[in-house]
Design a protein around this ligand. Structure first.
Ligand SMILES: [Zn+2]
Ligand SMILES: [Zn+2]
Length: 266
């Protein structure tokens, strides 16, 4: 019973193939899925997929990439309220300068960083208002992320949040430990030594598995077919981490699934 806590089955690349992707995953032992939203249409689609499929759950949120878009916060709020939406996400900060994005003139400048922070804080408050869990996205923005979390953190978020695709960073891990935040790990652990060394140190009680499909295809299949990754490949990540941490696969799977159920209050 493996839980893929972060798979974008709502992205275009999976259009009209969602059910077959889910059924292939089930055959490989992946039985639970959390589909995160990154803007309004993908949040709505995540919700639709969650309504149609058993053990598929949704989150609604605006990814920091979209911080300069016109966001209809009322509409977002109406999605967050829905029963099948168990979390707000993915939300956070991303200061990485991507070579190519859907947005023309994508520039990480001070205005964009400011917009990201404002949107992030608004969404933390919505999660608190509706007692939803939170999926944090952070890339190269640790300082600002921690500053905001320290201000807006409350006890209600304890055990209810995850730092998805967590950067290998001691300070993030220490903050997560202190505040009962879970650490999400993906396929990049199979091909990045620094990440593997980091994950080895994360207590099993804090860890959840994710594919970040369609991205981050794990080894050994990355070389042959890197895109799109799908949830069925999560078994490769699970095996790699069990081996890395020297625990039976069964133990890793059951603990990470229990952790995920705790985060999303399932
Ligand atoms: Zn992300
Ligand atoms: Zn994501």
């Amino acid at each position: 019973m493996i839980f893929d806590t972060h798979c974008h089955l709502n992205f275009e690349v999976f259009n009209n193939q969602e059910e077959s992707v889910i059924s292939r995953a089930r055959k490989a032992g992946i039985n639970y899925f959390l589909i995160p939203g990154s803007d309004l249409p993908t949040s709505q689609k995540a919700l639709n997929l969650a309504k149609k499929n058993q053990n598929v759950f949704a989150s609604a949120g605006i990814h920091p990439h979209h911080a300069q878009d016109q966001v209809d916060i009322k509409k977002l709020e109406s999605l967050i309220k829905m029963l099948k939406v168990c979390a707000v996400g993915e939300i956070g900060l991303d200061y990485h300068q991507y070579p190519k994005t859907k947005h023309e003139n994508y520039q990480i400048n001070s205005q964009f960083k400011e917009d990201q922070k404002i949107l992030f804080i608004k969404q933390i408050k919505l999660a608190q208002k509706y007692q939803k869990s939170i999926i944090f996205h952070n890339r190269e923005a640790k300082e600002d992320l921690l500053t905001i979390l320290k201000i807006y953190w409350n006890e209600g978020l304890k055990n209810r949040t995850v730092l998805h695709c967590c950067e290998p960073d001691e300070e993030l891990l220490a903050f997560a430990k202190k505040n009962h935040i879970f650490i999400g790990v993906d396929g990049d652990v199979t091909c990045w030594n620094k990440k593997a060394r980091f994950i080895k140190k994360v207590p099993l009680e804090m860890l959840v598995l994710e594919t970040d499909s369609p991205y981050l295809t794990p080894e050994p299949i990355k070389k042959e077919k890197s895109f799109p990754n799908e949830p069925k490949n999560l078994i490769l990540v699970a095996r790699f981490i069990a081996n890395l941490k020297n625990v039976p696969l069964e133990t890793l799977v059951s603990q990470t699934t229990v952790n995920a159920q705790k985060i999303f209050n399932l």
